[in-house]
Each structure stands twice: as C-alpha cells, then as structure tokens.
Write a protein that binds this ligand. Structure first.
Ligand code: ADP
Ligand code: MG
Length: 595
C-alpha cells in the first residue's frame, strides 16, 4: 500500500450488499490491485492485472464481477477459469463469501474428475457464476450444457499457470466461444510471451495494471521471521513479548476485530496494551498514540491503516502477528521502528501455509530475513540480572543512603543476622525469582521443511531455481497410460489432467512419450496408492488413463515410433507452486513433497 492512497472500499462505488460482506471480512482498505482493477472493471472495461501471489487478486475481480451481475436472472453471467480444481473451489468460495448478501446468487464450481451429474443438475437449475478448470468447462460448452449467451465477465485467474499446465488451446477455444460483448479480466503473477499473445488476440484495449512493489530497506532494523503453526501463534507471541527486549512495541494484525481481541488478551496478561484501528474515533486513536509516546502504554495492536505514518521514537519492536498480504505493507510496518537511525527489531510470525508470502516479502525488499531465535531462559535471566545489578549500582552512586544504612545496622544489631542474608531477603522483596529466571519454553517453531538448506543457498540472483532443485530431489519412474496418439492426445492434455487429478505440480511431471495406443509419463516413483487408483479412472480424450507402472517394452509394441516430449520445466519453474500459501486452499492430496 502506498502512502498517498487513502481510498477505502466505500470510494469504489461498490453496491452496499457487497461492501457489507467485505467489511464483515475485516478488510480495511483495498489492496493496490483492488484499487486499480475495481473501478475499470465496474465500468465494463477489460483488464490485464499483474500482481504477485497474496495481493488480493481474487477480490479485485470478484467484487466488480458481482457488482455487474443480476442474481435474479438465472443465467451464467460470469465465468472464471482457474488452473486447478483447488483454485477453482477456492475462488468459488471467495465469490460466495463476497456475494453472501446478494439475494439469490448462485455460484458453481466445475472441474474434471468430479461426476457430471450434479454439475449438470446445478447448471439446469441456473447459476450466475461458474468457476472451473478449462478442460471441464470446454466439455460442458461442447455438450451445450453450459450456455454463455448472457456472459458479461470472463476471468482468467492465474493465467500464466493455466497456460503452463497445458491449457493454452482449451483457453483459446473457450475465448473463441464466448460472446464478444463480454468483458475480460486476465490476472497473472507473471507475463510470459504467450500471455501477451493471448492478451493481444482476445482483450480489447485493456486497462493494464502492474503492481510492482517498490524496493525499500530499513537498515537499522534487524528483521527476522518465526515459523509457527497457526494454533501456536498466540503462545509464541506471548513468549516473544516476555523475552525480547524492547521499549515500546507495535504489533500488526489483519483486521480490527483481531486488534481488539489481541489487545484484550494482552491486557488480561498484565501488559499495558491497546488496539489502534480505523473503527476508533480520531480522539481515541490520538489518546492511544500519546500513551505509547509517554510510556503509559507499551504495546499497540494495530491495523495497517491506523498505524500508517505513526512516528513514535520509543517503538523498538515491530511484530507482524499476521503476515501482511501486501509486501509493501510490510515495508511500511517495519518502518514504524528504527526511526531516525535508532536500532529496531522486526519479527514476523509466519505459519507454514504463508511461507510463500514470506518469500514475496524477501523478494520485494531484496533481502533475506533471519530465522528468529527466541532468547533462551539463560540469556533472558542473565540480561535481567545484569539490569538489576545496574539498577543497584545507580542507587549506590546517586542516592544518599545514610538513613537506610542506619536501618540496616539496627536490624543486624537486633537480629544478629548475616548481612548477606539480609541483602538476599531485600532482593527477594524487590524481584520474584521467576521474573529473573524464566522457565524454558517448549519449542514452538513449526518444522521448516520448505527451507531446508536455506543457509547453504547461494546469494540472491544466482540461486538455483527452487523448482529445478526439487526436481532432482524426487525419484522419478516411468508410468504407462492407455491413451495415445490414436486418441488424439497431446502432451498438454496429459500434464493438465495429471496435474489436476493427482494434485501434482506440473514440474513433477517429467518426460512424456506418446505412442499410438498408449503413452509413457515420468512421475514421482512414490505416487500414493489412493492417487494412483484415482488416476486409473481419470479420462483423457474420453479414454480412462488406466495408469500402471511401466514394465518395459515386453509387448514389443514400442517401436521407434514414440516421440518424446519434454515437459518444459524451465518455463514452469519460475513460479514454484509448492510454496503458494496454502492457508486458503483445501489440501486434498499429498503434494510431491509428501511423497
Ligand atoms: P492472490 O489471488 O493475489 O494470490 P488472494 O485473493 O487469494 O490473493 O488474497 C490473499 C489473502 O488476502 C486472502 O486471505 C484474502 O482474504 C486477503 N485479502 C484480500 N484483500 C484484502 C484486503 N483488502 N484487506 C485484507 N485482506 C485481504
Ligand atoms: Mg489468486
């Protein structure tokens, strides 16, 4: 988010029913892609939007798409193409959520592998929005079961991925079979040449939106991340506040409710904490900021909007409790500390599913974040003892202690005690033992499998592509599928079907050799039995794959006629899919990493 942007969702002209749902989700401000895409889409224009993962592209196209349709008319008015079944489901769910107050709205997701029957019945009853994978959408269009005469908006979500997965022809076919009057929105994280071609051929004078986050580093701020599972976040945060040394802290969360809730929790635990968010009156906000400045408050739990531009020199710690979805927000957040060249510390809590967002932040800020290490009980204890000692030193230096000396002498005279014992008793009155010597806490870090060997990786720029690196990590084997050239199969069909149906990222699909009656495909050697059995039934070009482990040319029908296709990973791998934030996609099948 850029500083000059102060527009809210209210300013975008969205219908009240949609605004209500968005506000209910706790979204405070539109993300940059949303700001840029919503107005032109509402006006019926085509858009070409390029922004990284996690920047809110779904709402960027869904909100205007919903605003432009009439739910009471039972026709398909919006069609969203997505590369995988998971993404299709996820987008459909999001659209349903954004459209929950649109009376009668019907959203349907359609993808391969699922039975036709229920999809047909839903289509017959009438739906307003269809979200699906290209192959199955094409099937329905061909059969005439999906009618697009009334289509107003066509969306290609994750277009680069869709084309990389071999859906290029299907997508083009679909684009050739939709009414010319529709608007088209194409969203993509990258813009390889084949996307540009698609844009030139099928989009009409599109509004070109490219969100390139600005590079910005804050050198005096030490930045680290802590990978914790979702349900350990609060615990981790509590220990972090106990053990990290700070003067004042600001902690960022995604929504106002979360801010209030966390502030309440901290207060209940004895912290001087308050929330700071857009729902509060200006007066209340000022009061909280003043209290932080003068030390009446130590912790503020804020949303991005409310904390924008906040300048409190005491802030020496920024905690990203919720990872920002917009990498620029990260830069603004950590800018709340390390002001005027002071030292600051920024700690980012990341759940395993959000790892992809962490990478985006690292890319955008052109720096690698350290792994956060919770200070050990000993470290904390030593620090506190040292602080106590220095307090005593100061007291010895500057106070006139004659009155107290007299008391000590009197006490020792009457009781006959050891001075050591007396001093110990006094210290114990001053400090509780557990405050000085904290207990060890269990390790809360989530396993960081995705970042193995992180430290050994070469510097940015010459780092080998992750996709390529992993490729060799997985033992591959040759599989036979019973669909071949005579059925009209193309390598892309196989990649698309297997990737979708096995939940397998396309780079794990190796060489493909097409023969007349069958084909050979290299896949991970360890495909789990349930996926394997499912793949047997999957149809490509109308023929069940009936996949089996390839046992070699025993049948002798593998004459020199087979042609080998390389599943072009060099192109696929520029967007490793393993690390997409998984938070919002159902995990249906084990990913290759689990194989
Ligand atoms: P993308 O498609 O760009 O990868 P998504 O649309 O999946 O990103 O959004 C990522 C996350 O950000 C989702 O959890 C979504 O609910 C959240 N989100 C989207 N827009 C906003 C916003 N304006 N404010 C807060 N959170 C948002
Ligand atoms: Mg998306």
């Amino acid at each position: 988010m850029t500083e000059q942007v102060n527009l809210t969702f209210n300013d975008l002209g969205l219908p009240d029913a949609i605004l209500k749902a968005v506000l209910e989700l706790g979204y405070e401000t539109p993300s940059p892609i949303q700001l840029a895409a919503i107005p032109p889409m509402m006006a019926g224009k085509d858009i070409l939007g390029q922004a990284q993962t996690g920047t809110g592209k779904t709402a960027a196209f869904s909100l205007p798409l919903l605003a432009n349709l009439e739910p009471e008319v039972r026709t398909v008015q919006a069609l969203v193409l997505a590369p995988t079944r998971e993404l299709a489901q996820q987008v459909a769910e999001a659209i349903e959520t954004y459209g929950k107050y649109l009376k009668g709205l019907r959203v349907l997701s359609i993808y391969g592998g699922a039975a036709f029957g229920p999809q047909l019945r839903a289509l017959e009853r009438g739906v307003n929005v269809v979200v699906g994978t290209p192959g199955r959408i094409m099937d329905h269009l061909r059969r005439g079961t999906l009618k697009l005469d009334d289509l107003r908006t066509l969306v290609l979500d994750e277009a680069d991925e869709m084309l990389r997965m071999g859906f290029q022809e299907d997508v083009e076919w679909i684009m050739g079979h939709v009414p010319d009057t529709r608007q088209t929105a194409l969203l993509s994280a990258t813009m390889p040449p084949f996307i540009r071609k698609l844009v030139d051929n099928y989009l009409e004078d599109p509004e070109r939106i490219q969100i390139t986050p600005k590079k910005q580093t804050v050198e005096t701020v030490q930045q680290s991340y802590w990978l914790v599972s979702h349900h350990h976040k609060l615990d981790a945060f509590g220990h972090l506040l106990d053990r990290v040394e700070y003067d004042a802290a600001i902690c960022f969360v995604r929504t106002r409710d979360a801010a209030d809730e966390l502030a309440n929790t901290l207060r209940a635990r004895g912290h001087a904490a308050s929330s700071l968010h857009g729902d509060m009156q200006q007066r209340e906000r000022d009061r909280a900021v003043d209290a932080l400045k003068n030390g009446d408050l130590d912790i503020i739990i804020a949303t991005d909007v409310a904390a924008r531009g906040l300048d409190v020199p005491r802030i020496s710690l920024v905690v990203n409790y919720d990872i920002p979805t917009d990498p620029e927000a990260y830069v603004h957040r950590i800018g709340r500390t390390g002001r005027a060249g002071r030292e600051g510390q920024a700690i980012l809590l990341v759940t395993p599913r959000e790892r992809r967002l962490l990478q985006t932040i690292e890319r955008v800020t052109s720096q690698r974040l350290d792994v956060f290490k919770l200070p050990s009980a000993d470290e904390v204890g030593n620090r506190r003892v040292a602080a106590l000692f220095s307090q005593i030193d100061q007291q010895l230096e500057k106070q006139d202690l004659s009155f107290y000396l007299q008391l000590v002498n009197q006490f020792l005279g009457e009781r006959g005690n050891d001075p050591d014992l007396l001093a110990s008793a006094l210290l114990s009155l001053l400090q509780k033992e557990e405050d000085l010597r904290p207990k060890e806490v269990p390790n809360l870090s989530a396993p960081d499998r995705g970042r193995d060997g992180r430290r050994d990786r070469p510097e940015r720029g010459e780092r080998p592509e992750r996709g390529r690196r992993r490729e060799s990590d997985v033992p591959m084997a040759s599989y036979r599928v019973e669909v071949g050239r005579q059925h009209g199969v193309k390598p892309g069909n196989l990649v698309g079907a297997i990737a979708n149906e096995a939940g397998l990222e396309s780079r794990y699909i190796g060489n493909i050799r097409l023969n007349d009656g069958f084909s050979l495909v290299d896949l991970p050697a360890d495909v789990p039995a349930d996926i394997f059995n499912h793949l047997k039934k999957v149809r490509v070009c109308g023929v069940p794959l009936n996949i089996s482990r390839d046992t070699g040319p025993a049948g002798g029908d593998r004459s020199g006629r087979s042609r080998s296709y390389r599943n072009d990973r060099s192109e696929r791998s520029d967007r490793p899919r393993t690390d997409r934030p998984r938070g919002d996609r159902p995990q249906r099948t084990p990913r290759p990493r689990d194989f």
